[in-house]
Design a protein around this ligand. Structure first.
Ligand SMILES: Nc1nc2c(ncn2[C@@H]2O[C@H](COP(=O)(O)OP(=O)(O)OP(=O)(O)O)[C@@H](O)[C@H]2O)c(=O)[nH]1
Ligand SMILES: [Mg+2]
Length: 431
């Protein structure tokens, strides 16, 4: 099965929790805080790997989760970091986020992109010791790992793509010149998935792609539709095969018109791509008929059956591809780097002020909020992070309910008291 487009869900590992712990010695009172921090969760990467031919494994397993960090322990022992997860994808894979934005285009072996960041580990109580707070009894929870949906799409990396009607002889040609062994038969749409073949032409190697046949109306879904033209998008040049044999109802001239039209309606840039036009199966027509073809353009002639004209055709293709290579800079893959979204947002929802965003959740992410010490600390963080101010600006009144990270607080602005939030209760979703 040829899989060239899949949707996957990736989830980075969660951070381990920090721990609240105190040094204990037999017969001695509670000692210094020594709770270690949790380990960070593992990140998820996609990595281009030339030993991976298709996206098949992601069709079978669409959900991937990196390991979480482990929790901290007493005696300042920190949790273990969750291992990073590398998901291998074929060269030529583009990665789109749920908004359809292409975040990476992986074309070189080993090129990688971070797609989900592991959660930070929570800090242990030892990390919260200050002059004023000598024995904090709280610690942080770990952060959740990022989770995201992605669409992976594989576009073959070929030097030249063979375009033609069904039965035009595309597969026969690629079988003749390369080690590729595509299925060949005298019925249309024998080839259902693209094949790549490597041909040695003089000093260089050419990668040819055998694309399923194209017919009039493919843009409207006729035949196999335009789906496979996607694979020609990366080809440096196109080779358009015109079939003069009796297997075709349309004349070569008409075939050329239709094919150029279909290319144009898929992507006008494709219609302008440097191309080689070639008449196939010349063994089936006599030379006088060939002269009468009246294509209006220069065309090579060959027979994949007898081998006539094949060398010349391959050198011609290599020549055109070489020119394109010299004139256009090497196609580099790319990775879109976006800033970490540390912002929080405030809006009204179900009679509450809902504060969302990583920094907001981080502010309240403590192990035990019923501990007065922890509650004080959260209040402090809500002020320093700017959340309290933002709430006042949107019109939150003292006594209003505010929900952050699944926890509901009563708003108690700092202008009137020292504490921003007095009480809290877990929400129903949490319980
Ligand atoms: N006489 C002759 N027959 C050929 C030649 N090339 C291909 N054929 C025949 O034409 C038919 C179609 O060939 P394929 O290579 O399968 O054609 P295709 O373009 O790959 O067709 P689809 O995969 O259906 O799009 C087969 O019966 C081939 O044997 C040729 O040079 N001479
Ligand atoms: Mg074929």
């Amino acid at each position: 099965m040829f899989i060239d487009r899949v949707s996957i869900k990736v989830r980075a590992g969660d951070g381990g929790a920090g721990v609240a712990s105190f040094l204990r010695r037999k017969g001695l009172p509670k000692g210094k805080p020594n709770g270690g921090s949790g380990g960070p969760g593992g990140d998820v990467y996609l990595i281009a790997d030339n030993s991976v031919p298709t996206l098949l494994r992601y069709e079978r397993h669409p959900i991937w989760k990196a390991p979480s960090g482990t929790h901290g322990e007493g005696d300042f022992r920190h949790g273990k970091r969750g291992d990073r997860m590398f998901l291998p994808v074929p060269l030529g894979t583009t990665v789109r986020d749920p908004d359809g934005v292409t975040v990476a285009d992986l074309v070189e072996d080993g090129q990688e992109v971070l797609v989900a960041r592991g959660g930070k580990g929570g800090r242990g109580n030892a990390a919260f010791v200050t002059q004023k707070r000598k024995a904090p009894t709280f610690s942080e929870q770990g952060e959740y790992g990022e989770e995201t949906d992605l669409v992976l799409e594989m576009k073959l990396l070929a030097d030249a793509a063979l375009i033609g009607y069904p039965n035009a002889g595309k597969s026969t040609l690629i079988a003749r010149v390369s080690a590729a062994k595509p299925k060949i038969a005298d019925y249309p749409f024998t080839t259902l998935t693209p094949n790549l073949g490597v041909v040695t032409v003089g000093e260089r190697e050419l990668v040819l792609a055998d694309i399923p046949g194209l017919i009039e109306g493919a843009a409207d879904g006729k035949g196999l539709g335009h789906d496979f033209l996607r694979h020609t998008e990366r080809a440096r040049a196109l080779v358009i095969l015109l079939d003069p044999s009796s297997l075709q109802d349309d004349s070569p001239k008409r075939q050329l018109e239709v094919l150029l039209n279909e290319l144009e309606s898929h992507d006008s840039e494709l219609a302008r791509r440097p191309r080689v036009i070639a008449v196939s199966k010349v063994d089936t027509v006599d030379s006088r008929d060939l002269e009468d073809l009246d294509l209006g353009v220069e065309a090579d002639e060959f027979s994949a059956l007898t081998g006539e004209g094949i060398d010349a055709l391959m050198f011609h293709i290599a020549d055109v591809v070489g020119t394109v290579e010299r004139e256009t800079p090497k196609r580099e893959g790319y990775i879109l780097h976006r800033p970490l979204n540390d912002e929080f947002t405030v809006h009204r929802s179900r009679g509450r002020w809902l504060v969302e965003g990583i920094s907001a959740v981080r502010a309240v992410n403590l192990s035990d909020l019923t501990d007065p010490d922890a509650a004080d600390f959260v209040a402090e963080r809500l002020v320093t992070s700017g959340i309290a101010k933002a709430l006042e600006e949107v019109g939150a009144e003292p006594g209003d309910d505010v929900e952050i990270g699944g926890i509901v607080f009563t708003f108690d602005p700092p202008s009137e008291h020292n504490n921003v939030f007095e009480t809290f209760e877990p929400t129903e979703d949490d319980a």
